[in-house]
Write a new protein. Sequence first.
Length: 105
Amino acid sequence: MKFTITDQAKEKLKTYDLPEDASFKITSIFSGGCSYTYNYEFSLDYIQADDTKFEDNGMTIYLDALTLKHIDEDLKLDYVDGTGFRLIGPGQIYSFHLNVKRKVK
């Protein structure tokens, strides 16, 4: 699996103050009832042992194990002014309007 970070996403990521021992992380949020769905959260968070590191364009992003299990294709993180971050695969947009949540102090 390849993870690409566009120049627009890189420039926006560089505006965040990254706390020590934390990184940018994409996490799957599984929800369900009559049907099942995956949503994605983009955050500044501490890294867990089962997270996978991806580096591109001078930036580092981690994905949790559930995200890697659910998405088995190359991904791209993009940023559009006024819209936010987008998580894109070759066949679909997995998430858009992603904003970075700060889970660490």
